[in-house]
Ligand binder design. Structure first.
Ligand SMILES: Cc1cc2nc3c(=O)[nH]c(=O)nc-3n(C[C@H](O)[C@H](O)[C@H](O)COP(=O)(O)OP(=O)(O)OC[C@H]3O[C@@H](n4cnc5c(N)ncnc54)[C@H](O)[C@@H]3O)c2cc1C
Length: 401
């Protein structure tokens, strides 16, 4: 019989585990972001980069090491704290949040599957904000289809020789270390088999950053194309077991995806705050526009949807926190799907209420542009729908579909 709370096992699976400490931490990140991040947004968006001064502030505050164990240079902190920090930073500047919190995408596969030496050598300096990491899986002809990658890693005397291209890589042009996926054996009956993960250092001969990719949103985040032309990496840079990379990538996304939902909640919060304050200030036909019911309707819809997006995100993070991974994986995809779509609608309503100012460059339109990227990366929203159904069926109902 199908459970009453399908696809979850019990009503307790809907618990949100926030405490007073979380609230204190959230407030401290908000203060940090207002004081140290907001002054750099305009310049950074124009220059297409996060100014060094702003990155230095993140390093001093310990943001690069959030969620990373202290023994590897991090600050520790639970899943909810990382989500709250991501939300607060994204509320002020999503590109900044991505730059700082993408440490997690780089560090997770090494922390979960790497050797002690790899954790010390590569994660520690990134967690301290001394070096930058990137995670390179997507290729010109394979994004959603992770098993379709064609970058090759052939065995050599010292280790492996990598040949291929990676595209749309966050921090691609500014990183020192890259987690890179490559095929160590050709696809067999099980397509996912034969992919391995490696850490590639920036100065590896045969590796280069080809070009910066300009995107409609997250303009201050560095997105780049990379090329590997017989780039040799030492054997000790193989992460975990040869051929298990596909599983490592999936498990990495399972834990980082809730971060994208948190980014979207932060952007939605910013869009709503700006909508409300503008509709109080702006006069039309002799009254503030907030007095008109069609503006009030938009505010009500935003409040309802933002509350839902926030609850879903905290809920997914709570499940992960409790190590209820079967439920957390489904919940994280639900949260990413809905939070990003809700953020898009809230940003759009905010633009509409801002009239001509809403569609002028440098205003609330940035929020909409940033959210479009969130709908695309770490699995497009259509891919999230597939994950929700397949993972719920497999993990919670024991069905293979
Ligand atoms: C700014 C930015 C930063 C990024 N950062 C990184 C990064 O740091 N590292 C990294 O590895 N990648 C990164 N990406 C890549 C991103 O993860 C991919 O773009 C995304 O996963 C989609 O892959 P794709 O572009 O190849 O599109 P495709 O996979 O070709 O998809 C094209 C369309 O087909 C749909 N589709 C595909 N398969 C199916 C299916 N089975 N069923 C239904 N619909 C389907 C998709 O939903 C999409 O709408 C980034 C992308 C952007 C834009």
């Amino acid at each position: 019989m199908i459970e009453l709370v399908l696809p979850f096992k019990s009503v307790t699976d809907f618990e949100v585990k926030l405490s007073e400490e979380h609230e204190l931490f959230r407030k401290s990140v908000r203060e940090f972001a207002e004081k140290n991040v907001a002054p750099f947004v305009e310049r950074g968006e124009k220059e297409g980069a996060i100014p060094e001064e702003a990155l230095l502030k993140a390093k001093e505050f310990g943001l690069f090491g959030l969620g990373i164990p202290q023994e590897y240079g991090g600050q520790g902190g639970d899943v909810l704290s990382v989500a709250l920090a991501t939300e607060e930073l994204s509320r002020v500047w999503a590109s900044y949040a991505v730059r700082v919190m993408s440490t997690g995408l780089f560090a997770t596969p090494i922390l979960l599957f790497g050797s002690e030496e790899q954790k010390k050598k590569f994660v520690t300096p990134v967690a301290r904000g001394e070096k930058t990491g990137a995670f390179a899986n997507t290729e010109p002809s394979a994004g959603s289809d992770v098993a379709g990658i064609t970058t090759k890693a052939e065995r050599s005397e010292r280790g492996y020789v990598l040949s291929g291209r990676k595209i749309f890589i966050t921090n691609g042009g500014v990183a020192h270390y890259y987690v890179v996926s490559a095929r160590t054996s050709p696809p067999s009956d099980k397509r996912w088999k034969g992919i391995s993960l490696f850490v590639v250092e920036r100065d590896t001969p045969g590796f280069r950053v080809v070009s910066r990719i300009e995107t409609m949103g997250l303009r201050a985040s560095n997105t780049a194309e990379l090329v590997f032309e017989k780039a040799e990496v030492p054997r000790e840079n193989l992460i975990g077991e040869e051929g298990m990379g596909f599983k490592y990538i999936m498990q990495t996304f399972d834990t980082t995806r809730v971060g994208v939902a948190a980014q979207a909640v932060g952007v939605a919060q910013a869009a709503l705050e700006r909508l409300v304050s503008y509709s109080i200030e702006r006069q039309a036909f002799g009254a503030p526009i907030i007095s008109y019911e069609m503006v009030q309707e938009k505010i009500a819809e935003c409040l309802a949807e933002l509350s839902a997006a926030r609850l879903l995100t905290y809920w997914a993070a709570s499940l992960m926190q409790s190590s209820k991974m079967d439920q957390a994986i489904v919940a994280a995809s639900i949260a990413k799907l809905l939070a990003t779509e809700i953020a898009e609608r809230i940003a759009l309503r905010s633009m509409i209420v801002h009239g001509g100012y809403g569609v002028s460059s440098g205003g609330v339109e940035r929020l909409l542009r940033d959210v479009e990227i969130m709908k695309t990366y770490e699995g497009t929203n259509d891919i999230q729908k597939l994950i929700i159904v397949r993972e719920a069926a497999r993990r919670l109902l024991g069905l293979q579909i």
